[in-house]
Design a binder for this molecule. Structure first.
Ligand code: NAD
Length: 362
């Protein structure tokens, strides 16, 4: 019987619907080629959901995502929602999805494509060959730790505070994901912390080292976060897989992504213990170019490839999409964000159609 994958599709806001639409065409093409089927169900999240229901993450959407094989998300957010109370803001829906689906690991690859080396702000010899993966803990650490808040001191001065907290079990499970990821790649794992200052980092280091004993085939090392931030721009080729907590991972994964030149090229996966994952581009909803057919859909399309590889166990279909993207770039087609002299500029729809054609003719 033909395998059917049920996917919750969340276009979201801004450029989300444009890039999702062309990425779905590519996914449909690849399913024809590799003989499986999709059952896509669209649902609102973010500003689109707030406009419809007053809630950026309606319970029906969360329920749909929970019973799907995976979630395929565009982007959320927009200027018109910036003054809403915190619990109504579109970005809040992403936190709700991550915790509601128990997605505690964020996988963000940063790979330099030879065709786009000139788009990087770093020198060719520094970035050529970079291929790393940041595994960021997503549901713990300082973003969620209690106590947090803004209080008033006895002298009337206000004090803001957050708490960075990690339990052993939280460190263990993200470490396992990171070691498993390293096994599938170059078998080198770097754990990043601030153990020279923070107790929470001392525990982090101890637990990651302990988990490492179960993975003798992976070479484990440790680095302080300030040094890692520096090494990422000094010599990024030294890295294979980097595992780190929520706050450090937020910053380092953005820094790593910029090595590649354009945020429009970068996919990401959020995973839990099971096979369900949420796949989305690294970038936001880009309201400045929304509705103008200018968005680069490749990060969304490559997020589809990650979904096929990590959740749906269709590595050949994933590879077919990645190869199609390389073919189209080799042919000289570029969206505005990655445009360089001598290349052919295309819009979002045309770029998507070119990749879909390349999948069909591969
Ligand atoms: P952004 O990533 O949306 O845009 C930053 C810059 O990159 C803009 O100039 C934009 O035009 C450009 N850009 C982004 N994606 C592109 C693409 N695919 N093709 C071409 N150019 C692209 O970040 P921002 O401007 O800081 O945020 C805009 C909105 O997105 C905000 O509401 C923010 O909260 C939200 N946001 C959402 C997510 C998410 O949904 N995961 C992530 C980050 C930001």
């Amino acid at each position: 019987m033909t395998q059917t994958y049920s996917i919750a599709v969340i276009p979201g806001d801004g450029i989300g619907p444009e890039i999702i639409s062309v990425a779905l065409d590519t996914l449909r093409e690849v399913s024809r080629k590799f003989d499986f089927e999709w059952a896509f169900t669209e649902a609102p999240v973010g500003g689109a959901a707030y406009d419809l229901t007053g809630d950026p993450l309606p319970p029906e959407t969360l329920a749909l995502c929970q019973k799907s094989d995976s979630v395929f998300l565009g982007a959320v957010g927009g200027l018109q929602y910036d003054n809403l109370p915190n619990d109504k803001r579109p970005e809040r829906a992403l936190l709700g999805l991550r915790s509601g689906l128990e997605l505690f690991a964020n996988l963000r690859p940063a790979k330099i494509l030879p065709q786009l080396i000139e788009s990087s702000s770093l020198k060719r010899e520094v970035v050529e060959g970079v291929d790393l993966m940041v595994v960021r803990e997503l549901t713990g650490g300082i973003y969620f730790g209690q106590p947090k808040g803004i209080s008033i001191e006895s002298n009337g001065e206000r004090k803001g505070f957050n708490t960075m907290v990690y339990r052993e079990s939280e460190i263990e499970r993200i470490a396992k994901v990171a070691f498993e990821t390293a096994i599938k790649r170059g078998k080198r794992l770097l754990s990043v912390d601030k153990a020279n200052v923070l107790e929470v980092s001392q525990l982090w280091r101890e637990v990651v080292s302990r988990v490492g004993k179960d993975y003798p085939q992976v070479e484990l090392s440790h680095m302080y976060v300030d040094n890692c931030a520096m090494q990422l721009v000094r010599w990024p080729k030294q890295f294979d897989v980097i595992v780190t907590g929520n706050l450090f991972g937020d910053i380092l994964s953005d820094e790593a992504s910029m090595l590649t030149g354009s945020i429009g090229m970068l996919p990401s996966a959020s995973m839990g213990l099971g096979s369900l994952g949420m796949y989305e581009p690294v970038h936001g909803s880009a309201p400045d170019i929304a509705g103008q057919d200018k968005a680069n859909p490749l990060a969304q399309i490559l997020s589809g490839a990650m979904m096929l590889q990590y959740s749906l166990k269709q590595p050949e279909a994933a590879k077919a999409i990645e190869n199609a993207v390389l073919t189209v770039l080799d042919q000289g087609y570029r969206t505005g964000d990655i445009m360089s002299p001598g290349m052919k500029q295309v819009g979002c729809k045309e770029m998507g159609a070119l990749v879909t054609d390349a999948v069909r003719s591969s």
